[in-house]
Design a protein around this ligand. Structure first.
Ligand code: GAR
Length: 193
């Protein structure tokens, strides 16, 4: 079984899109894949209740309990590895990861970032795209490497930036595309594993 572990920090709409797609496309039969767990660094992440409603195992590991980034990442890896993951999927997981953690999951750690990378790594991507006068914005699914929001690109989707857009309206438009490209990228990768 190819176990998938999803990491979230918030609402988890990408996680939900992945889980729905896994059901719709029968990833169990098609790829021998199974969403094994959803892990959050925040107890108040809205996506946890949704995952529990889907009978997916959930865990919370509060980063504030740890003295260092290294200590948190080491415990996080221990929690993840109990599920023997073929893929670890960052879905709105708002933590900078240590190079040791990234190396441990080399080739099986994915992220979605709400910009057309390599433009706008980091935070506030939508406002920065608007401020720069971009005519298009979008989202990128990529393999995670030690450098933040870099790494081989697996999927991208572009949307127009419309007159009068705010960061919120643009984010909502981008998010609809995230929900399409992230499950698609994961399914493509599962087919290769
Ligand atoms: C998504 O837009 C995702 O691309 C972004 O956080 C949002 C999470 O939404 N991720 C990052 O900014 C990572 N640097 P969700 O919790 O509804 O999936």
């Amino acid at each position: 079984m190819k176990n998938i572990v999803i990491l979230i920090s918030g609402g988890g709409s990408n996680m939900a899109a992945i889980v729905r797609c896994a059901h719709r496309e029968s990833w169990g039969k098609a790829h021998g894949a199974h969403i094994a767990a959803v892990i959050s660094n925040r107890a108040d992440a809205g996506g946890l209740a949704w995952a529990q409603g889907e009978s997916i195992a959930t865990e919370v590991l509060d980063h504030k309990r740890f003295a260092s980034r290294e200590a948190f990442d080491a415990e996080l890896a221990a929690v993840i590895d109990r599920h023997q993951p073929a893929l670890v999927v960052l879905a709105g997981f708002m933590r900078i990861l240590t190079s040791g953690f990234v190396a441990h999951y080399h080739g099986r750690l994915l992220n979605i970032h709400p910009s057309l990378l390599p433009a706008f790594p980091g935070l506030h991507t939508h406002q920065r795209a608007i401020d720069a006068g971009c005519k298009f914005a979008g989202a990128t699914v990529h393999q995670v490497t030690a450098e933040l929001d870099h790494g081989p690109i697996l999927e991208q989707a572009a949307v127009p930036v419309l007159p009068g857009d705010t960061a919120d309206t643009l984010a909502a438009r981008v998010l609809t595309q995230e929900h399409l490209i992230y499950p698609r990228a994961i399914a493509a990768l599962l087919a290769q594993l």
